[in-house]
Design a protein around this ligand. Structure first.
Ligand SMILES: NC(=O)c1ccc[n+]([C@@H]2O[C@H](COP(=O)([O-])OP(=O)(O)OC[C@H]3O[C@@H](n4cnc5c(N)ncnc54)[C@H](O)[C@@H]3O)[C@@H](O)[C@H]2O)c1
Ligand SMILES: [Fe+2]
Length: 382
C-alpha cells in the first residue's frame, strides 16, 4: 500500500520569524487578513506582535477573538459569519491549538459550506476544496496545529471533542517563532511541552508508524527531552528547542496518528475543560505501561532519545522501564501532577471510557483495547 505524507508548503523557524509574514503576504498577493486569536493573547499583547508586522506594512485585517480554550462549535460558527462580513481573503491564526484549530474549521467551512453544521467534519471529512489559505503562528509549543492536518472542536452539547482529519486544512505557511512563546507561564509551557512529547511518543509507537515518521518522532523526543526544562525556565535555548521539537513531532504524527493517551485526554477536555497538555501529560506514563507489550524494541529507542545511557545493554524489561521512568521524571521535574484525582469524578468514568474508545485517535493505538480496559486505566489514575 502506498504511504501518504503531507507537510506545509512553507515554514519559517527561529526568533524573529514573524517578520517573514510580510514577505509571504506580498508574494501571495493576499488582500485582507481574518486574524484568529484568543482574548487572553489579545489582552496580553501577544497577538499585537503580529498585528504590528501587518500595520508596519500597511496590510489590512479584521480581528476575530471569540475563541475559548478547547474551542466549540459556536466559536467556529460565529467565526464563519464574521469572515463572510469582513471582506477577507486569507486567515492568520495566532495562538495555541485552540486559535489555530478554530481558524482551520472556519477556513474549511467557508470553502465547503455544506459542512456548516461542524459536526459532519468529525473524523475524515469528504471536503472537496482546500480551506481559505492560512498563515499559522503558534504561541504555544505543543499541538503543532500549524503543520498538522487535524483540528479539534468541542461539541459542548454532547460533551465531546471532535477530532477532524482533513488534508485540506493544512496551513499554507507556518511561522514558528520562539519569541511568540516566551510569554507563556511555567505551567502552560510544561503542559503544552508534554503534549508535544506525547505526540512524539504515541506517533512513534502508533500502528501506522514507518521509517519516515519514525525519523521525525525520534528526533522530536530527543529535542523535547533536552529542551523542555529550559523552556519552563524561559531560557532562549529551551524556547528555541521546544518550538522546533514540537513542530517536528507534528510533521510525524499528523501523517500516522496517535493512540489511547490522546483518546483518554480528549474526554477530559470536553467534560471538565482540562487543558489538553495537562491531561496528556498525566496519562502518558500509564498509557506507555499499558502499550509496552506491543512495542517490540521501540522503548529502547525512546529511552535513548530521552537521554538514558547504556540502553544497548539493557534487557527488554529494563529499557521499557527506563523509557517510562524518564518520561515520569521529566513530567515531575516540570511540575505535572502524577494522577487524575483532582480532575476525574468516579461516577463519570463509564462515560469517559466509552468516549475515549469512540475517539478518532484510538484505532491508531498499538495495543487492541476495549471500553473495559480503558475503564481500568482511568481507575488506576484516581
Ligand atoms: N490540531 C492539532 O493537531 C491538535 C493537536 C493537539 C491538540 N490540539 C487541540 O489544541 C487545543 C489546545 O491548544 P494549546 O495547548 O496550544 O492551548 P490553547 O490554544 O488552548 O491555549 C491555552 C491558554 O494559553 C494561553 N496562551 C497561549 N499562548 C500563550 C503565550 N504565548 N503566552 C501567554 N499565554 C498563552 C491562551 O490564551 C489560552 O488561555 C485543544 O483543543 C487540543 O485538543 C490540536
Ligand atoms: Fe495533543
Amino acid at each position: 500500500m502506498a504511504q501518504r505524507f503531507i507537510l506545509n508548503g512553507t515554514s519559517y523557524h527561529g526568533a524573529g520569524a514573524i517578520q517573514e509574514i510580510a514577505t509571504e503576504v506580498k508574494s501571495r498577493g493576499f488582500k485582507k487578513a481574518f486574524v484568529c486569536s484568543d482574548p487572553d493573547l489579545v489582552k496580553f499583547g501577544v497577538t499585537a506582535k503580529v498585528l504590528k508586522v501587518l500595520d508596519d506594512n500597511g496590510f489590512p485585517y479584521e480581528l476575530y477573538s471569540n475563541i475559548k480554550p478547547n474551542p466549540t462549535i459556536e466559536n467556529v460558527q460565529t467565526g464563519v459569519e464574521a469572515f463572510k462580513n469582513a471582506g477577507t481573503d486569507y486567515l492568520i491564526a495566532i495562538g495555541g491549538g485552540s486559535s489555530m484549530d478554530t481558524a482551520k474549521a472556519i477556513g474549511i467551512i467557508i470553502n465547503n459550506p455544506e459542512f456548516a453544521d461542524v459536526r459532519s467534519l468529525e473524523g475524515v471529512a469528504d471536503t472537496k476544496k482546500p480551506a481559505v489559505p492560512i498563515i499559522a503562528v503558534p504561541t504555544t509549543a505543543g499541538t503543532a496545529a500549524e503543520v498538522t492536518i487535524n483540528y479539534v472542536i468541542t461539541d459542548a452539547e454532547k460533551n465531546r471533542k471532535m477530532v477532524c482529519v482533513d488534508p485540506h486544512d493544512i496551513p499554507v505557511v507556518a511561522v514558528v517563532d520562539p519569541d511568540m512563546m516566551s510569554s507563556m507561564p511555567k505551567g502552560l509551557t510544561a503542559a503544552t511541552g508534554m503534549d508535544a512529547l506525547t505526540h512524539a511518543i504515541e506517533g512513534y509507537i502508533t500502528a501506522g508508524a514507518w521509517e519516515l515518521s519514525d525519523m521525525f518522532h525520534l528526533k522530536a523526543i530527543e529535542i523535547i527531552a533536552k529542551s523542555l526544562r529550559g523552556a519552563v525556565d524561559n531560557t532562549p535555548e529551551g524556547r528555541e528547542g521546544m518550538a522546533l521539537g514540537q513542530y517536528i513531532a507534528g510533521m510525524g504524527f499528523s501523517n500516522v496518528g496517535l493512540g489511547i493517551v490522546h483518546s483518554m485526554a480528549h474526554p477530559l477536555g470536553a467534560l471538565y475543560d482540562t487543558p489538553h497538555g495537562v491531561a496528556n501529560a498525566i496519562i502518558l506514563p500509564t498509557g506507555m505501561e499499558y502499550n509496552a507489550p506491543c512495542t517490540g524494541e521501540k522503548y529502547r529507542d525512546i529511552a535513548k532519545a530521552m537521554g538514558v545511557e547504556g540502553t544497548e545493554k539493557m534487557t527488554q524489561d529494563e529499557y521499557r522501564k527506563a523509557a517510562i521512568d524518564a518520561v515520569k521524571k521529566l513530567a515531575a521535574d516540570v511540575g505535572i501532577p502524577s494522577d487524575l484525582k483532582d480532575i476525574v469524578k468516579p461516577e463519570d468514568i463509564s462515560f469517559l471510557a466509552q468516549s475515549a474508545y469512540d475517539d478518532a485517535c484510538r484505532p491508531g493505538n498499538p495495543r487492541e483495547t476495549s471500553v473495559e480496559e480503558i475503564t481500568k486505566l482511568y481507575e488506576s489514575l484516581i
